[in-house]
Design a protein around this ligand. Sequence first.
Ligand SMILES: NC(=O)c1ccc[n+]([C@@H]2O[C@H](COP(=O)([O-])OP(=O)(O)OC[C@H]3O[C@@H](n4cnc5c(N)ncnc54)[C@H](OP(=O)(O)O)[C@@H]3O)[C@@H](O)[C@H]2O)c1
Length: 272
Amino acid sequence: MQSEILVIGATGKTGRRVAKRLAARGVPVRPGTRRSAIPFDWESPETWGASLKDIKTAYVAYSPDLAVPSAHGVIAAFVAAAEQAGLRRVVLLSERNEARAQACEKLLMDSSLDWTILRPSWFMQNFSEGGFLENVLAGEVSAPDSGAPEPWVDLDDVADVAVAALLEDGHTGQVYEITGSDLLTWDEAVARIAAVTGRDVSYRTATPQEFENTLVAAGFAKSDAETVATLVAEILDGKNASTSDGLQRALGRQPRSFAQFAGDAHAQGCWQ
Ligand SMILES: NC(=O)c1ccc[n+]([C@@H]2O[C@H](COP(=O)([O-])OP(=O)(O)OC[C@H]3O[C@@H](n4cnc5c(N)ncnc54)[C@H](OP(=O)(O)O)[C@@H]3O)[C@@H](O)[C@H]2O)c1
């Protein structure tokens, strides 16, 4: 019988897709969030032991982000706890070209665990489920972008790679940079959503300070808003303006397109 898989961040954008795919295959899932039956909190290491008990395989989506300065110490402690608890296989959700996230990955790579690292590009679903949904509905999206195009990735693709790495052999020790194949600027991506939905929604490049102010207005604490605005501006500075072949290497198929994403999200009523 397939043993239970721990999904940390199981109600989030990637985790819920991973959990759903595992459940569809009859694999028992132990959700790991602050509100699960067995609560898991990154900020409370005393919760980790119960979540890890008798678990051999885990999907790990860190919150808020592996690039925040405190993440390194937390991941170091988590890796030690996981080794001690007898965890064997970990699939870690990371990100592309981010030195602090890569330092966290290294902790896993240097451990005794069997690891697979996922480095996705910007999520298409940020527009339909994530932080930019409210902006789309309000008619104006803005971010501190550099004008460079992004290879937006569909989270259904990221979840498919995660599940393959959790269940199949051949993915241990792999770093998968997972991107879409359409390189679109923010302006172009938002224009496509406007075209699919018929909504009057436009894009405007914001300065990091303007973006920070928007986050504060949305309820972020000032220090968190500053960290997130700086991080987003760094990620969008143009270093990620290229596609990669992680999905193709892992699954042997092509990524979903932005048009498929936008059509499906619209059909599901995400922007109504
Ligand atoms: N957005 C992007 O474009 C992008 C691109 C590349 C990589 N990433 C990475 O994606 C990761 C986020 O994954 P996601 O988008 O799937 O998640 P998400 O949608 O942001 O959801 C967060 C999940 O983590 C849980 N959570 C929040 N705080 C927690 C805590 N202190 N302890 C335990 N669980 C907590 C939440 O549940 P509860 O609130 O109930 O606890 C929820 O299940 C980040 O590490 C980010 O760097 C994002």
